[in-house]
Design a binder for this molecule. Structure first.
Ligand code: PEP
Ligand code: MN
Length: 370
């Protein structure tokens, strides 16, 4: 249930109404908008008559029920106002959300060595990325596959952060590692395979680090929003949703099916910022640029792109990773579209920019130069 206060309601009145609501065994959560304040109510609202709440104050404009099972994640809970997730990095605060430029998060699937991650981070920063992604703990289908360098890799990520000032996005797979991961990560990633690991969700909900929640590969949009609700309900409001492709019947030509329709659907259901990961979404580097363009056109707030200095030698996900040069070129290619939608900031000019501009400018570039 939400209580919409009239515009111009004095702050003391909002406070008085909030205090009253505690007496109803409800937890009020204020969302102060540009014009109006909305109070979201958590608790047994099903048994409450909205009319009785309305009588609490003449400053109450409306009392509405939130019909969806996800409450804090719902768009109604903030009366249609998009939320923003602000992340502090050494280079400054980066904002994720609908009213901000698109944020690029890029890096290798796995952190393979200090040298490799620092080299990658330098190139990404020069190309305009704001965050470095890289896995220290890797969820792999086979127990015999490379599992990530663990704690050592966390140290290497920290080094890359120090050198470049980029924010760090890295995955936590186990509650036992959360403290260590949280010391390094500016954004903690919950991977597709753990989207419904409810104990992990509750634990990341109990800390104040922003959380990137990837969509489970067989999760419905409602499952996904309910998973986000776990984090929000545990007290952490800083959740970013990441569409990374779902399982469909075609496994031959693509690894997953990137559900781009999920972006406008989420927009109609939730206030949370949306990220798109075209790398896992397709599994093939040649399709990444087209999906990046499509993600921008459908309104993604940020992109997560796998990039590796030598994809052929990558310890995981090489086939879907761009080279450093490929990423830089893609940044140049996506800029006009980002600008068209009014969601771009100037990217730094790098030495190879002129070179990139003389190449094929088609939106969906071929792979030969990647
Ligand atoms: C990853 O980001 O490298 C990863 C393992 O992603 P997902 O959980 O989406 O498969
Ligand atoms: Mn990967």
């Amino acid at each position: 249930m939400i209580v919409v206060m009239k515009s111009g309601t004095p702050a003391e009145e909002i406070e008085r109404v909030s205090q009253e609501l505690y007496h109803w065994n409800l937890i009020p959560e204020k969302c102060i908008g540009q014009h109006k304040t909305v109070i979201g109510l958590i608790g047994e609202t099903a048994i409450i008559d909205p009319g009785q709440i309305q009588e609490l104050s003449p400053w109450i404009e409306q009392v509405l029920r939130v019909e969806n099972p996800f409450k804090r994640a719902s768009l109604e809970f903030r009366h249609g106002q998009p939320s923003e997730v602000l992340v502090e990095t050494p280079n400054g605060v980066v904002a994720f959300g609908q009213n901000h430029p698109i944020v690029q998060v890029a890096g290798p699937c796995s952190v393979e060595s200090e040298e490799m991650i620092v080299e990658t981070a330098r190139a990404l920063k020069a190309a305009g990325a704001k965050f470095l992604r890289g896995g220290a703990y890797k969820p792999r289908t086979s127990p015999y596959a490379f599992q990530g360098h663990g704690e050592k890799a966390l140290g290497w990520l920290l080094k890359a952060r120090e050198v470049t000032g980029l924010g760090i996005v890295t995955e936590v797979m186990d509650t036992a590692d959360l403290e260590k991961v949280a010391q390094v990560a500016d954004i903690i990633q919950i991977g597709a395979r753990n989207m419904q690991n409810f104990s992990l969700l509750k634990r990341v909900g109990a800390i104040d680090k922003p959380v990137l929640l990837k969509r489970g590969m067989s999760a419905t949009i409602q499952d996904w929003l309910m998973a986000a609700e776990y984090i929000l309900a545990a007290g952490n409001p800083n959740v970013i949703l990441c569409e990374r492709g779902i399982r469909t019947f075609d496994q031959k030509y693509t690894r997953n099916t990137l559900d781009l329709a999920a972006i406008p659907v989420l927009r109609s259901l939730t206030h949370l910022p949306i990220m798109v990961d075209p790398s896992h979404g397709t599994g093939k580097v040649e399709y990444v640029p087209a999906m990046v363009m499509a993600a921008i056109a459908t309104g993604a707030d940020s992109l997560m792109i796998e990039v590796h200095p030598n994809p052929a030698k990558a310890l995981s996900d090489g086939p879907q990773s761009l080279t450093l040069e490929g990423f830089e070129q893609l940044m140049q290619e996506m800029a006009p579209l980002g600008k068209f939608f009014g969601r771009w900031t100037q990217t730094p000019v790098t030495a190879s920019q002129n070179f990139a501009q003389t190449r094929d400018r088609s939106l969906v570039a071929g792979v030969s130069h990647r």
